[in-house]
Each structure stands twice: as C-alpha cells, then as structure tokens.
Design a protein around this ligand. Structure first.
Ligand code: HEC
Ligand code: HEC
Length: 255
C-alpha cells in the first residue's frame, strides 16, 4: 500500500478526530524549540515554564486547549484579549516550540506543594488575607484576585509572594502618594494618568479624579501594600497557605 494511503487508513482508524499531530517532535526539534522559548517566552512563562507573568506550562493540561493543534494556534496567533502575544515564526519553528512545551510536562516535575490545602484555606481567613484578596467572589480588592492563582503561578512564586511581597510588584500595584495644595493626602492605586489629571483608587475614599495643577507632591511608591509574613507564620503554616493557593486551579469553562 502506498504510504499516503496507509496514513489515510491510519487516520481513519483514529476515528472522526483526524487530529493534527506535531510533525516536528524529535528531541532535536524540542532543543531548537527551547532556544526560541528562552528568547521569546521565558520572560513571561519562566525559563523552565514554571510560570511567572504567564501561566505555568508544566502540567500537561492547558486551559485554552491541550491538543497539538490548540498549542500551535495559541502560540502562533497568541490569545486575543490577554497578554499572550503571537509570534512571527514559520509553522515549522512553532511546531518545534510546541515540542519543547510538551517536553516540559514530561520531566515529572510535578510541582506539588507539601502543605494541607484545607488548613491553608482556614489560615487564609484567620490571617487576614481575605481583607485584600478576592477568592471566587469573596474578599477585598486591595490586592489581586486569587481565584485561579494555582493555574497561573509556580509553587515557589507563591511562597515568595507571601514571604517577600516586595520582590516583584507589578506596576498596577505601585501606590500613588499625592499631597494636595490644600493639605489633603491621597494614596491608592493609579488607575489612569494623562498630562493634566490622574485617577486614583484611594484606599479610603474610593475612585478619585484629581487635577495635577493642585498637587504639592506626587510620588510613586513601588513597595507592596501587602505586609511580609516572614516571621509571622510558622514554616508549616506557609506550606499550608501555599497548598491552598495552589489548589485554586482554573476549571475548564470558567474564568
Ligand atoms: C508578554 C507575556 C507573554 C509572552 C512573551 C508569552 N506568553 Fe504565553 N501566555 C501569556 C499569558 C498572560 C497567558 C494566559 C492568557 C490567559 O489565559 O489569560 C499565556 C498563555 C499561553 C499558553 C496557553 C496556556 C493555557 O493554559 O492554555 C501557551 C501554550 C503559551 N502561553 C505559550 C507561550 C509560548 C510558547 C511563548 C513564546 C513563543 C509565549 N507563550 C510567550 C503571556 C505571555
Ligand atoms: C493589605 C492588603 C494585603 C493583605 C493583607 C494580603 N495581601 Fe497578598 N497582595 C496584596 C497586593 C497589593 C499584592 C500585589 C502586589 C505584590 O505582588 O505584592 C499581593 C500579592 C499577593 C500574591 C501574588 C499574586 C500574584 O499574582 O502573583 C499572593 C499569592 C498573595 N498576595 C497572597 C496573600 C496571602 C496568602 C495573604 C495572607 C497571609 C495576603 N496575600 C495578604 C495585598 C495584600
């Protein structure tokens, strides 16, 4: 039987799906993909795909689809409406990146935290985390929504976020500190700024639009408003909290 026909028969035997498979999946392809990954993806997904600004890519399960075809599409086109950009590589090169991304979940680095998620969930309330963080619709809004943080961050990142919040503070969580001509002071997250005005989400007054003309002082504080919990929590409590956060995984069909 000619090869093409054999492939067709094999594809038919595979059922309706007739699924697109990565034609560049050798270890050499994965190595070539790793190079591209380091220069174009690691800044957001971490050098080993452990996650950082972008989600971790090491679990083998991808929210936006886990087939080879899904990965090819999401990596070449990006994911509209999110920070995930498209890339301008040939399809062959994108397949090599797909091969590398797949290899990340085969290394057996099941990054599972040691603690107890149920105890962690209780600590999350008892230690005041809910004052600032939303989890599935409950809690405060001074910090990021943590409803699916387990799908977005590595275990190590979660631990550092608790013990050392100042290590990496996204621009949107820098705090604007403003002294008005009339002596009033404002502090909160900067929502918007143009030449003449700023909008801030003041921590005690809510959303405010202020005219720069009236400012006596205007500075940005890059420290986190989240207190460090180093010394406030025992090692096993940190583990429990991390296990709880890690358990907050995105489910398919939800945000
Ligand atoms: C500027 C940051 C950034 C860069 C650069 C970036 N990504 Fe992403 N990526 C993201 C974000 C953010 C998401 C999550 C989008 C969402 O679901 O909200 C994402 C999602 C993904 C997904 C889908 C994950 C899932 O669970 O479905 C894959 C796969 C992926 N990226 C691979 C890559 C690869 C490969 C590269 C390099 C070619 C890359 N990304 C470059 C930020 C980035
Ligand atoms: C006073 C408000 C406040 C409290 C209390 C607070 N946080 Fe935060 N948290 C923040 C802010 C603001 C950020 C974003 C800036 C940063 O990265 O530090 C943040 C960031 C985080 C992150 C990183 C999120 C990401 O996207 O990477 C985690 C995880 C986290 N907090 C967990 C906790 C836990 C667990 C507690 C309780 C032990 C807690 N927070 C208490 C305000 C708070």
């Amino acid at each position: 039987m000619p090869l093409a026909l054999m492939l067709l028969v094999a594809a038919a035997a595979f059922g309706q799906e007739n699924e697109l498979k990565n034609p560049h999946a050798t270890p050499a392809d994965a190595a070539a993909g790793a190079k591209i990954f380091r220069s174009h993806c690691a800044e957001c997904h971490g050098l080993g795909g452990e996650g950082d600004r972008g989600p971790k890519l090491t679990t083998g399960v991808f929210f936006h689809g886990s087939t080879d075809a899904d990965l090819l599409r999401n990596i070449s086109d990006g994911i509209p409406g999110t920070a995930m950009p498209g890339v301008f590589f040939s399809p062959d090169q994108v397949w090599q990146v797909v091969a590398y991304v797949r290899s990340l979940s085969r290394t057996g680095s099941t990054d599972r935290p040691a603690g107890d998620p149920a105890r962690g969930g209780k600590l999350f309330r008892d230690k005041g985390c809910t004052a600032c963080h939303l989890v599935r619709g409950e809690g405060g809004v001074q910090g990021p929504d943590l409803s699916v943080i387990g799908s977005q961050r590595s275990v190590e990142h979660l631990r550092q976020a608790i013990l050392n919040p100042n290590a990496q503070v996204l621009r949107e969580y820098w705090v604007a500190k403003i002294t008005h001509e009339n002596g009033a002071t404002y502090s909160g997250f900067l929502m918007n700024e143009d030449t003449h005005t700023v909008q801030i989400l003041d921590f005690s007054r809510g959303l405010r639009s202020l005219s720069k003309r009236d400012f006596r002082k205007f500075e940005m504080d890059k420290a986190s408003v989240m207190p460090s919990f180093t010394g406030q929590l025992r090692e096993n409590e940190v583990n429990d909290l991390v296990a709880y956060l890690w358990s907050l995984q995105r489910q398919r069909g939800s945000q």
